[in-house]
Design a protein around this ligand. Structure first.
Ligand SMILES: [Zn+2]
Length: 287
């Protein structure tokens, strides 16, 4: 059904080029920048030293979609197409996932948590090989993938509200609302060791899945009070008229959720980076 062609992240990229998605370029930069400040010790110093690079390269994976047809479905998982909450019956490897559901379905439905684990493994190997210059962009990209799964509409089949009369919510929530209202990202809690990278990925997916209905409810409430013209605009990507209070209502009803997910994403990004280093055997970073 050409599902991946229709995914907002991919579509926005075709239409807007650099305005490409997850939390928007700016959101991704800010999540990686916040994550880079909170790791202790020698690895934390290395990460902090490269914090600007980690932030500047945070949007890169969205740009990779342009040249790599394998890239798009690494950024999300429509988990409710695979299973039912709490999604504990999914296989432990991507190969088994493909065996069970078929390559085409997997390609359309996404592989977010599986890709995060696989990608982390390649980072661990680079650290073991002392490739400290080469690992910066992959670390930035890992931050992107981890942050994407914290965006609740990256884990459901109804990723753009298209199944519930909320068409266009994906873009409105993650870019105009976030960029208008959310200034500061504060990672919540202390960086922690992740033993099982896939299990942690599914934990993020479950959190996001539970949260996604809050966004749809907020959108319905905000949308219902708009003029027919604004409701039509909401289906696309054009700016809304200044007189519209759509974004204000959307933020009032779901802004705290966006803030919480971004704060949580920053802590998780730092914890994934740190755990890759731990699993590499805590090698001494060189820079
Ligand atoms: Zn993305």
């Amino acid at each position: 059904m050409g599902r991946w062609l229709l995914h907002p992240c991919f579509y926005f990229f075709l239409v807007f080029g650099s305005i490409a998605q997850g939390w928007g370029d700016e959101g991704h930069r800010r999540i990686n920048q916040a994550a880079a400040q909170i790791i202790d010790g020698s690895f934390g110093q290395y990460i902090k030293y490269y914090s600007d690079s980690l932030a500047n390269h945070a949007p890169d994976p969205d740009a990779w979609k342009r040249n790599d047809p394998e890239e798009g479905h690494r950024h999300y998982i429509d988990i409710d197409l695979y299973s039912a909450y709490p999604f504990i019956d999914l296989p432990p490897t991507q190969a088994e996932l493909i065996n069970r559901f078929g390559a085409e379905n997997v390609r359309h439905w996404g592989i977010g948590p599986y890709w995060i684990e696989e990608y982390s493994r390649s980072i661990i190997e680079m650290m073991k090989a002392d490739d400290w210059a080469g690992v910066i962009i992959p670390l930035a990209a890992l931050g992107h993938y981890v942050a994407d799964l914290h965006m609740p509409l990256h884990v459901v089949a109804n990723y753009n509200g298209q199944l519930s009369g909320n068409d266009g919510i994906h873009f409105r929530w993650e870019i105009p609302m976030v960029n208008t209202y959310i200034d500061t990202i504060i990672p919540v809690g202390a960086v922690y060791q992740i033993d099982d990278l896939l299990v942690e990925g599914f934990k993020i997916v479950r959190e996001s899945y539970v949260a996604h209905s809050i966004i749809l409810r907020a959108d319905s409430l905000a949308r219902n009070s708009q003029t027919p013209e604004v409701r039509e605009l909401l289906r696309g990507y054009d700016a809304l008229p200044e007189t519209s209070d759509y974004l204000a209502i959307l933020y009032r009803e779901s802004g705290q959720l966006a803030q919480n997910r971004m704060n949580q994403a920053a802590l998780r990004v730092a914890s994934f980076w740190y755990s890759c280093w731990l699993q590499a055997g805590q090698p001494n970073p060189k820079y």
